[in-house]
Structure formats: structure tokens, C-alpha cells
Design a protein around this ligand. Structure first.
Ligand code: C2E
Ligand code: MG
Ligand code: MG
Ligand code: MG
Length: 292
């Protein structure tokens, strides 16, 4: 503190900073209230195999029905949530809600897998594995290999070794793991090497520009190659048009997710959407890439 005397000595009284702190505290308490008032919801975005045409699974995405501000996306609350005590509590709600929904779909005959986003803090929290097991046990008939946990490669770096062992224990329960937003972190390869994941998710920033920027195309191609070499599954996110989809198939990535296929939707409309998709899905079978 003494060292900081002089120019920065008033830093602790920064009114902007204290306002930001207060705003965050208010937002966090509203988010906690939202748990009690059932304002949290999950929307589901389909992921398809473009070659076979099947709907492979859906990704559960968190939404907040804010009483005044309407439907809020993670971009407007996630930064404040991360690192708070509330984060694992909401994380637990997400796991319970997603698995209950998946169980309901399965009893209705809609045998679809669900991908759940798990924050690093939640994954590394004491008791995470036991908790996941407890929720899975509540749904004994669910095929656990259709439950996938997505983790961001950015945050777990704090403790890669621990993250690796937690993931390995979760995998003993039968669930799968994906590295989300792959290629965007500083240490993608370190993650890849240390974490026993099953799937790499190519980040949408690469997909977005790959048709114009040859570097991004190279990155996508390299990630697909890496996945193939190490026997991992691969999926691309943020696919917004069929030209990107066709290019991805050619590169060897046939599993995609993005607005070109469907926006995230409420659970109730998924079966209708699937019926539509099977009737009208685009025919990309002519684009078979190498190795298929
Ligand atoms: P993510 O896991 O990478 O999820 C994909 C995001 O891309 C979603 O944004 C989705 O709506 C959006 N997206 C999908 N297709 C397209 C497309 O074609 N174009 C564009 N521009 N965007 C597309 P969303 O729902 O706003 O979520 C943002 C991030 O918030 C997620 O990124 C994930 O990191 C985090 N998140 C969402 N739900 C949860 C959750 O339940 N728990 C945790 N810990 N994080 C979550
Ligand atoms: Mg994700
Ligand atoms: Mg992602
Ligand atoms: Mg992303």
C-alpha cells in the first residue's frame, strides 16, 4: 500500500469503481432472487450432422427473464456472475434443469442428447462430481453418453491438473466432455493435452471469417486435423450460412451448430422444429470431404 502512495493514493476512493461494485452487488442479489422466482430459463440450440441429416444433440443456453428488462442473454450477466458465490448455485440449477428436460424428452420418445455449459469455478468446486452423480442418479434411464459438459478453455488454466482429474472422474460416470470455443485461449494445446475431453468445439470467430481470411481457414483445418489425429469428435459453432456449412463438410467437420440451422429455442418447440428439419433440411450430401 505504501508503495502506491503518490499518484494512486486516492485509488481506493474511486467513485466509478465503487459504483461498479454496487451495481454488481445489486445485479447479484437480483440474480439470486431470480432463482427463487423462477426467472431463469434454458433455451436449446440444435446441433446437426450435415451429412446424415440427423439432429445430434442440443446445447442448453442460459436465459434470464428479467421482470423489467425482458429476456436477457448471458452477455448481460455472465461477467458479473463469474467468480461470485452465486455462480455454482446457478450452475447447479442449470444441470438440474437441463437433465430434467432431457429426461422429459426421452420419456416422450425424443431421444436427444444435451450439452451443458459448466464454468471452471463450478467444475473445480468441492463436491462437483458427487453432485453431478446425484443428479444423474435421479434420472436412471438417461443414456449418460448423451450428456455432454462443455468447458471453456480460458478459465480452467488456474489449475489444469485438478481440472483434468475432475473431468476424468466425471467421465467415469459416463458423461462426455467438450472443450468450448477451442482455439481462442492462450494455451489451447496445453488444454488439449492435459484435459481428457471427447470433443473440440471450433470457436465461432474462426468460422465467421474462414471464407474471407485464409488464416482462419487454416486454423479451422488444423483443429479438424488435430481432432482426427487424437481421435476426438469435432463440432463447429456459429455457422451462419450454408456456404460455411459446405466448407466445413469439405474440411471434415460435419457436425455444426449455428443460426444457419436454428436459433436457440424454448424446449417446447424442439420436436416441431425437428419435424420441419427432417422435411426440409438442406441437401449437402454432395460436399463429402476427405475421410468420409
Ligand atoms: P457458447 O457456449 O460458446 O454458446 C454459443 C453462443 O453462440 C450462444 O450465445 C449462442 O446463442 C450463440 N450462437 C449460436 N449460433 C450462432 C450463430 O450462428 N451466430 C452467432 N453470432 N452466435 C451464435 P449465448 O446463448 O448468448 O451464450 C453466450 C455464452 O454464455 C456461451 O457461449 C457460454 O459460454 C455462456 N453460457 C451460456 N449458457 C451458460 C450456462 O448455462 N452456464 C455457463 N457457465 N455459461 C453459459
Ligand atoms: Mg457452449
Ligand atoms: Mg462455444
Ligand atoms: Mg463461443
Amino acid at each position: 500500500m505504501a508503495k502506491e502512495a503518490g499518484k494512486n493514493r486516492y485509488h481506493v476512493f474511486d467513485p466509478d469503481q465503487s459504483r461498479r461494485h454496487q451495481d454488481r452487488m445489486e445485479l447479484l442479489s437480483a440474480m439470486e432472487m431470480a432463482l427463487h422466482q423462477r426467472q431463469w430459463a434454458l433455451h436449446y440450440q440444435p446441433r446437426v450432422d450435415l451429412v446424415s441429416g440427423t439432429v445430434v444433440s442440443v446445447e442448453a443456453l442460459l436465459r434470464w427473464h428479467h421482470p423489467e428488462r425482458g429476456l436477457l442473454m448471458p452477455g448481460s450477466f455472465m461477467d458479473d456472475l463469474i467468480g461470485s458465490e452465486l455462480e455454482p448455485r446457478i450452475g447447479r440449477w442449470v444441470i438440474e434443469a437441463a437433465l430434467s428436460q432431457m429426461a422429459l424428452w426421452h420419456t416422450q420418445g425424443l431421444k436427444i442428447g444435451v450439452s451443458i455449459n459448466i464454468s471452471a469455478d463450478h467444475l473445480l468446486e468441492d463436491g462437483f462430481v458427487e453432485y453431478l452423480e446425484e443428479v444423474l442418479d435421479r434420472h436412471p434411464r438417461l443414456p449418460r453418453d448423451q450428456v455432454e459438459c462443455e468447458i471453456l478453455e480460458t478459465a480452467t488454466l488456474k489449475d489444469l491438473y485438478q481440472a483434468g482429474s475432475v473431468i476424468a472422474r466425471c467421465k467415469q460416470l459416463g458423461v462426455r466432455f467438450a472443450l468450448d470455443d477451442f482455439g481462442t485461449g492462450y494455451s489451447s494445446l496445453a488444454y488439449f493435452r492435459s484435459l481428457p475431453v471427447d470433443v473440440l468445439k471450433i470457436d465461432r470467430s474462426f468460422v465467421k471469417d474462414m471464407l474471407e481470411d485464409p488464416n482462419d481457414l487454416d486454423v479451422v483445418e488444423s483443429i479438424v486435423g488435430l481432432a482426427a489425429t487424437f481421435n476426438k469428435d469435432i463440432i463447429a459453432e456459429g455457422v451462419e450460412n450454408m456456404t460455411q456449412a459446405a466448407m466445413l463438410i469439405q474440411l471434415g467437420c460435419r457436425h455444426v451448430q449455428g443460426y444457419a440451422i436454428a436459433r436457440p429455442m424454448v424446449a417446447e418447440v424442439l420436436s416441431d422444429w425437428m419435424r420441419q428439419w427432417h422435411k426440409q433440411r438442406p441437401d449437402l450430401s454432395g460436399y463429402h470431404g476427405q475421410g468420409m
